[in-house]
Design a protein. Structure first.
Length: 456
């Protein structure tokens, strides 16, 4: 196959614009839809969006695009109207019709905590059946270490009968985005990491991304890139666990974690994270297990990584401990609870692996009456209807748990929550340390993850 001189970003851009090169995106979740929108913004002429969910495709084709990034909604609609985006459930045909295939199908965990390749393998097999000489396959799904070489490559080669480096190209380039600003993050926020198993594959993928990535492209061996993406997740998970542990002992000793953190941060080498109700989403609670699985198979014990995962996964139980303390302080064995926020973090409706769900489950397990509000989420969780306006369900509750750090909650105060509840006395458990503390003559008992009980 041709050497580096073939991979000229300006030539690839021209071929994408005139339709000589087509691009398909496999997996139309939050990430895949974001990539689809970025390709549309780059004026790529032939774009295929592939997903096995027929109902999702029907909604997308009608312009019913649910995504927290408004640019995604705008540009997918535009691409569909201009007939540059084709939606299909036939991954084999999409592979045959396009030259560059991007895989954004999530990779989760089995019940035993091992990487679950079931969904991504369906996409890879359909790509392989339509794979042609000269095609480029890019896996953007976060992979376990060595997965590109040991899993993806042999699967594609077996299905297609073609060889990486001789007949087609294969690269790995994990996404590094926040879904509510995914277009900006892809185009401008971070350098694109690109790894591969051979130089031609790396250079082709680099040239492709240089068409629309403004922060530049950094290339490395596939394993280095695989590890870098997982290390990013583990770094955050471990530091959040550290914050949760330090905050818990701080409140037990009667001090404020925020005040301690402020002092410690005067040292330029100290960057303490914020504690919270736990860690959620499709990334941080999952990716550390990719490395833990590989470490176990190589007889390596990653004690710190495993401990951090355990600390963060147990954080909802610490919220329940605070509820039990509050019940005793109120003298109410069966207090009525309001949980504010079901998303795994603020500003979005995504509930994947949300600590809020575990908090609600544990509260129900204790036989408590639980009401739930979230300004972004519509529907039910654990058979409880989630309402957008908390004021419609707060009347008569005894304990309010702020479980998700939604920006709307910054306007809340202890006085306002007390007045809304209609109660003589309430408890506020603020896992986000987000509300204003307005005096109520001792009618509000307040605590956060990192502060002791305080009568406000």
């Amino acid at each position: 196959m041709a050497g580096k001189s073939k991979w000229n970003p300006s030539i690839i851009a021209d071929k994408l614009l005139d339709g000589e090169l087509g691009v398909s995106v496999y997996g139309l979740g939050y990430i895949g839809l974001g990539v689809l929108a970025v390709l549309a913004r780059a004026q790529v002429k032939r774009i295929y969006g592939v997903d096995i969910d027929e109902e999702k495709l029907r909604k997308l084709s009608r312009g019913e695009i649910r995504h927290p990034d408004k640019l995604v909604v705008e540009w997918i609609k535009k691409g569909l109207e201009e007939e540059r985006i084709t939606l299909t459930s036939n991954g084999v045909d999409a592979s045959r019709e396009t030259d560059i295939k991007i895989v954004d199908v999530p990779l989760g965990l089995t019940s035993s905590g091992e990487p679950d390749y079931t969904s991504i393998d369906v996409a890879l097999e359909s790509i392989g059946k339509g794979l042609k000489h000269g095609d480029l396959v890019i896996v953007e799904t976060t992979l376990p270490p060595l997965a590109l070489r040991e899993h993806v490559k042999p699967l594609l080669e077996d299905v297609s009968g073609l060889k990486v480096g001789d007949d087609f190209y294969l690269a790995y380039s994990p996404e590094r985005v926040m879904i509510e600003r995914i277009v900006y993050d892809i185009e401008e926020a971070y350098p694109k990491l690109v790894g591969g198993l051979d130089e031609d594959s790396i250079e082709y993928a680099r040239a492709f991304y240089q068409v629309f990535i403004r922060k530049g492209v950094i290339t490395e061996d596939a394993l280095v890139v695989e590890l870098a993406k997982i290390f990013e997740a583990i770094y955050r998970d471990v530091n959040i666990a550290l914050a949760n542990e330090l905050a818990w002992i701080t409140r037990k000793l009667g001090a404020s974690y925020e005040r301690v953190k402020k002092l410690a941060s005067t040292n330029p080498y100290i960057h303490l994270h914020n504690p919270g109700s736990g860690v959620g989403g499709a990334c941080l609670p999952v990716y550390p297990y990719f490395l833990l699985d590989k470490a176990e198979k190589n007889n390596v014990e990653l004690r710190l990584v495993a401990t951090a995962r355990r600390v963060n996964s147990l954080q909802p139980k610490r919220i329940i401990e605070l509820v039990e303390e509050a019940s005793n302080k109120l003298g109410l064995p069966k207090p009525r609870i309001l949980v504010l926020g079901v998303a795994y973090r603020g500003g979005i409706w995504d509930t994947r692996n949300s600590p809020s769900l575990e908090i609600i489950r544990l509260l129900e397990e204790k036989g408590l009456e639980v009401k739930v509000s979230d300004p972004y989420y519509k529907g039910t969780v654990l058979d409880i209807r989630v309402v957008g306006d908390y004021e419609s369900v707060i009347r008569g509750v005894d304990i309010i748990i702020i479980a998700t750090c939604h920006p709307q909650y910054r306007s809340l105060s202890t006085r306002r929550l007390l007045d809304n509840s209609g109660k003589d006395k309430i408890v506020v458990i603020d896992s986000c340390n987000i509300i204003r503390l307005e005096p109520t003559r001792g009618k509000v008992l307040y605590t956060s993850i990192g502060s002791p009980w305080t009568s406000i």
